[in-house]
Design a protein around this ligand. Structure first.
Ligand code: ADP
Ligand code: MG
Length: 567
């Protein structure tokens, strides 16, 4: 070894390591999934780069992942002949966390195990999960195309620092050797490893290869020993989305989700479609169960994994879905794009627009179906991503109707913040002669619910939607009608709630108005410029007075947002 140095992990890595080792202990076997997932990514990256530079294969185009173990030495080894890493790559990828928002993520940790566990899951564990079971990890790697003398040896005990040295490495790619902790010897076992590979990595499109095992009790049998020299592929080694829906179990879909999403949590639902004809593609799109920690970070990576004719092209291809569906994870495999695409070319390719609108429809249909068939799951989805969906009406004019059907709000129908209604439900309950969909926006549920503006509606038994999220008022400025009914903010303008219930009532109202005339005059004088008008109203039943906005005034919520922004 030459040029050996000792470097410290970035502070964030130290924190993450510490946390992971303690809180993911009950789920320690996932280290194998993470390392095989990385090996598979590395092989796919090589295949992509080799499209334009065949030399990178170094006469070995047979991409594979080897899993080995040594019971006596208590080691497990994961080896790939993928893209490999240069010395700089190693320092960057295995010494720091490159993700944006890491510090913010770490600052949210509370010390509460269950909560933190969930957070770490959302963050993703990756390579560092090796230290859950190992007290030393050695990585030997060489970047494809680099000189044999430019191999790199990285070694660490996971305690704050690592060493890095230059070594010779004949084959390209990466070999990761885990020295198991005392008590974790169970992983240096062929049966155990095979079971884990099948459980977690069956869907990996690269073959995961292990040496055959001699049948039990045949240690002295020469023929049986010869078998051990042979290798066998342990997983099914076909890209999951290329298989038939009917042959794929929910567990397999679930594991594949974890592989592509780097999410530790589960998927809530998914849609798998193969489309033939002019536009040919296969898509496998997932709705995560939990929102990622960086859902609101505009720079956070998003998008689908793009394959073209089965070949991996890029991660985070964000051209295929609009921003308000940024939480969707998945794969799109297209036959319409040519293999030598780049992000720039993608921007100009007309098939990309077609794919984008097809995939957007797929997602909206999937969510609509979920709302119909599984309200409980839909509720989970809505809690996690509802406020992102609310960006939809402004962003995506074409699909406005579909998006509007996905919306859910609290309402005066149940007067319960936990019961949400859809616009379809609202409309189905509308009264004879009711022409508008009424809503109120407020800072929180209680303010909305107790607003004096609702009094007349309650009296007449007309349902009002209670909107309490910051985006609501803004969203409503982009929604004009639903099912032919226009939306009406109950705090704005005249209500036109129809005629008084009876002639008698009408008379009473007129009389009341007359009686109040002098009061109105006095109020006008006192309030002067501060209001544009004082009116007698019939919209209140209990409160003496309320503020009403003109039909085109900015709502109270918008005004606060603008004021906060210094406008
Ligand atoms: P992620 O897979 O989400 O990027 P990981 O912590 O699993 O995060 O891996 C960090 C990075 O280390 C990878 O993005 C990759 O650049 C590099 N890496 C890890 N394992 C390998 C490997 N077997 N071959 C090449 N690069 C790897
Ligand atoms: Mg990874």
């Amino acid at each position: 070894e030459t040029q050996k140095e000792t470097l410290g992990f970035q502070t964030e890595v130290k924190q993450l390591l510490n946390l992971m080792i303690h809180s993911l202990y009950s789920n320690k076997e996932i280290f194998l999934r993470e390392l095989i997932s990385n090996a598979s990514d590395a092989a796919e990256k090589l295949r992509f780069e080799a499209l334009s530079n065949g030399e990178l294969y170094e006469n070995d185009g047979d991409l594979k992942i080897h899993v080995k173990y040594d019971e006596t030495a208590k080691t497990v080894t994961i080896e790939d002949n993928g893209i490999g890493m240069s010395r700089d790559d190693v320092v960057d990828h295995l010494g720091t966390i490159a993700k944006s928002g890491t510090a913010n993520f770490l600052s949210q940790l509370t010390g509460d195990k269950a909560k933190d566990n969930q957070l770490i899951g959302q963050f993703g564990v990756g390579f560092y999960s090796a230290f859950i079971v190992a007290n030393q990890v050695d990585v030997y790697t060489r970047r494809a195309g680099a000189d044999v003398a430019e191999g790199v040896h990285w070694s660490s005990k996971g305690e704050g620092e690592f060493t890095i040295a230059t070594v010779e490495k004949a084959g390209r790619g990466t070999q990761i050797v885990l020295h198991l902790k005392d008590g974790e010897e169970e992983f240096a076992n062929g049966q155990r490893l095979r079971t884990l590979v099948r459980k977690y990595s069956d869907h990996i499109s690269m073959p995961v290869v292990m040496q055959k095992e001699a049948p039990l009790g045949s240690e002295d049998d020469e023929e049986a020993q010869a078998v051990v020299e042979e290798e066998e592929t342990v997983n099914s080694a076909t890209a999951l989305w290329t298989r038939n829906k009917g042959d794929i179990s929910d567990e397999e879909y679930g594991e594949f989700y974890k592989h592509i999403s780097h999410d530790f949590g589960d998927a809530l639902t998914w849609g798998h479609n193969r489309v033939e004809g002019n536009l040919e593609y296969t898509s496998l799109l997932y709705v995560p169960e939990n929102a990622p920690y960086d859902l609101w970070n505009r720079e956070a990576p998003r998008g689908l994994k793009l394959y073209i004719q089965r070949v991996f092209i890029m991660d985070q291809a964000d051209q295929f879905l609009p921003l308000y569906l940024r939480f969707i994870k998945g794969v799109v495999d297209s036959n319409n794009l040519s293999l030598n695409v780049s992000r720039e070319i993608l921007q100009q390719d007309p098939s990309v627009d077609k794919l984008r609108s097809a995939l957007t429809k797929r997602v909206l249909d999937m969510l609509t179906k979920l709302g119909k068939n599984d309200p409980e799951k839909y509720r989970k989805f809505w809690n996690a991503f509802g406020s992102v969906i609310k960006e939809g009406p402004a962003e995506d004019y074409t699909n406005r109707d579909k998006i509007t059907k996905l919306l859910r709000f609290a309402s005066t129908h149940e007067d319960n913040p936990d019961t949400l209604v859809s616009l379809e439900e609202y409309v189905s309950r509308m009264q004879e002669g009711q022409e508008k969909i009424y809503y109120i926006t407020a800072e929180n549920y209680n303010t909305a619910k107790n607003s004096p503006h609702l009094e007349i509606f309650r009296k007449k038994g007309i349902e009002v939607l209670l909107m309490t999220e910051r985006v609501d008022e803004w969203m409503m400025s982009h929604l004009f009608d639903f099912d032919g009914k226009s939306f009406q903010d109950v705090t704005k303008g005249e209500l036109e709630l129809g005629d008084a219930d009876s002639e008698e009532e009408k008379k009473a109202q007129e009389e009341a108005a007359k009686e109040a005339e002098s009061l109105v005059e006095r109020l006008k004088e006192r309030l002067e410029e501060r209001v544009s008008e004082v009116r007698v109203t019939h919209r209140l039943t209990d409160s003496p007075a309320c503020l009403v906005l003109n039909a085109y005034d900015m709502g109270a919520q918008m005004r606060q947002i603008m004021e906060a922004a210094g406008q």
